[in-house]
Design a protein around this ligand. Sequence first.
Ligand SMILES: Nc1ncnc2c1ncn2[C@@H]1O[C@H](COP(=O)(O)OP(=O)(O)OP(=O)(O)O)[C@@H](O)[C@H]1O
Ligand SMILES: [Mg+2]
Length: 211
Amino acid sequence: MTSVSLKLDGVSKEFNRRLIFRDVSISLQGGDTLAITGRNGSGKSTLVKILCGLLSPTRGTLMYALDGKDIEVDAIKDHIGLVSPYLQMYDEFTGLENLEVLSRIRADRNITGETIAEALKNVGLWDRRNDFVRTYSSGMKQRLKYAFAVLHRPGVLVLDEPTSNLDADGIAMVERCVREQRSHGMLIVATNDADEAIWCSQRVVLGDEKV
Ligand SMILES: Nc1ncnc2c1ncn2[C@@H]1O[C@H](COP(=O)(O)OP(=O)(O)OP(=O)(O)O)[C@@H](O)[C@H]1O
Ligand SMILES: [Mg+2]
């Protein structure tokens, strides 16, 4: 099992000179769990994108280590699973094809047809696997994001608005995912929901920042 650690040091983000958050420092090891909270627009999704290497910080540094060896954020991407409202699946592919194509892009040789079938069953989409994603309901799309996010058993699972569009059964599925992730890796959850923040033992609160 690979162990991931991450260190965010004095990170600030500005968009067009507007400060979103300032001086965020976080240090996480293998089994750590972190909730990112704060009001709408406080920068939770922005911080998530920075943590996943999809955006650069304006100031400060982000370093990951894999089994104790420092690596750049680009090299960590294959060890991250992300569920986010900003993530898009391919509408013109079926659910099954999405998982096949996306895991080929990820170039993970451990992903087999069986792994994909199991993932689709776990999120309750097996019966709809051959339907185009454009015909999925919003909750079904959210479930498909989970199937892909945990397919490769990532060292870091990052959830932004984890239960959006999900019914009670879907929320139970997310809670199973969260328990499974805590048993072997790192979990980061960005949320406004206190019931979700308690999945995590550490917390960073993004607030009103005035320059
Ligand atoms: N690409 C961008 N260009 C300019 N401003 C941006 C961009 N992305 C985000 N912002 C701004 O950054 C701020 C933080 O947005 P972000 O989506 O990170 O907030 P959030 O905490 O996730 O909010 P919510 O609770 O609504 O999901 C907002 O003021 C937003 O308008
Ligand atoms: Mg957000």
